[in-house]
Design a protein around this ligand. Sequence first.
Ligand code: UD1
Length: 357
Amino acid sequence: MHILHVVGARPNFMKAAPVLRALKSRGVRQSLVHTGQHYDRNMSDVFFTQLAIPEPDWNLGVGSGSHARQTAEVMTAFEPVVLEAKPDVLLVYGDVNSTVAAALVCAKLGVRVGHVEAGLRSFDRAMPEEINRMVTDRLADFLFTPSEDGDINLKNEGVAPEKIHRVGNVMIDSLLQLLPAAMQVPKNGLPDRYALVTLHRPSNVDDSDALKSILSSLLEVSEHLPVVFPVHPRTRQRIVDLAIGDFALNAATLRLVDPLPYIEFLALERGAAVIITDSGGIQEETTFLQIPCLTLRSNTERPITVSMGTNVLVGQDREKLRSELTKIYAGEAKPGVIPPLWDGHAAERIADVLLRF
Ligand code: UD1
C-alpha cells in the first residue's frame, strides 16, 4: 500500500507528524507533499525539524493568494503528482485550503481519501475552514474523528457509519511527544504569570473595528498580567495595513513576538495563566494541558473543549471577556477534564484502520 500525505499550513504539520511515524513503524510505503501554502521559515520549516517530519517528496510552492486562487493552484500543481505517484490512499489533515484542494483532486482521480480530524463543525459557513471541512468530509472514504461530536455530525449528514473511525486527537499525540522538550525550554526573562494571546481569524483581524477592540481589551489585560503575543503574519499585516501599528506595537506591555516554533509555543502554553485565542487547535491543547482558554469566537467546531475542557467562548463580547478574566485572576477558572482518546495513540489507531483496509 502506498499512502500519500498532503500538508500545507502550520496546523497540518503537528497532525501529520505522528501519522507518518505510525505508518513508518508499520513498514508502509509513504510519500509527502507540501503545498507551500505556508512558506515562512517560522510558519513551516521549523515545524518539520522539531516534529521530525521527513523532507517532502514534492513541494508545490503555491504560496499566498485569494481562496479561489490558492485552492486552484494547489489542485493544478497536485494533479500531476498524483498521476505520477499513483497512491492507494491520500491522507489530508484538518481544514485548510490545501486539505480540500488535495481531496478534490484525488476523489476525481479515483484515489481513496482519508480525512484526519473529520466531522468537526462550527455550523458557521462564514468561516472558510467550515466550507473546507464540509467538502473534504463529503469526499472522504475514511473519516477519522477526534471525538464523539464528530461522529454525530457526520451521521447527521448521512455519512455511512462504516466510513467513520473515532481514533482520538492526533494533535495530542504530537503534544505528548514533545512536552518533555517543551519543559526544557528556558524561561528567557518570562514572568511567572502571564497571558498568552494568538489571533488570526478573518472575523477578528480583517475588520478594523474588531481588531482595535481586541487590541484595547489586551491592553486592559496587561494591567493585570503581562501579555505575550506571538503574531501570525496575517495579523501583523492587518495591524500594519490598518495603520494601527503605533497603537499596539508601541504598547510596552504587549510583548508582540514573531510566530514561535512548536516546542517554544508549547512551553509558553504550558506556563500561561490564561490563553486568549481564536485558534482551533489551541482550544484543544489548553483542554489537554488544563490551562484556562478564552476563545474570541462565538462558536467552535470543537465543542468538547467547552463541554468537557477548560474552554469558554467569549466571542467579541468585551464584558464577557472581562468577567471571565476576573474569575481567572481570582483563581476561579473553569475546571476541565481530558476527553476520551486524547491519549497520544490516535495516529496508531489511524495506521491500524488503514492496514486493516
Ligand atoms: C491558514 C488556514 C487556517 C489556519 C491558519 C494557521 C485556510 C483557509 N486557513 O490561515 O485555517 O488556522 O492557516 O496559521 O487554509 N503568510 C505569510 N507567511 C506564510 C503564510 C502566510 O506571510 O508562511 C501571510 C500572507 O500574507 C498570507 C496570509 O499570511 O496572505 C494568510 O495566509 P493563508 O495561508 O492564506 O491563511 P492563514 O490566515 O494563515
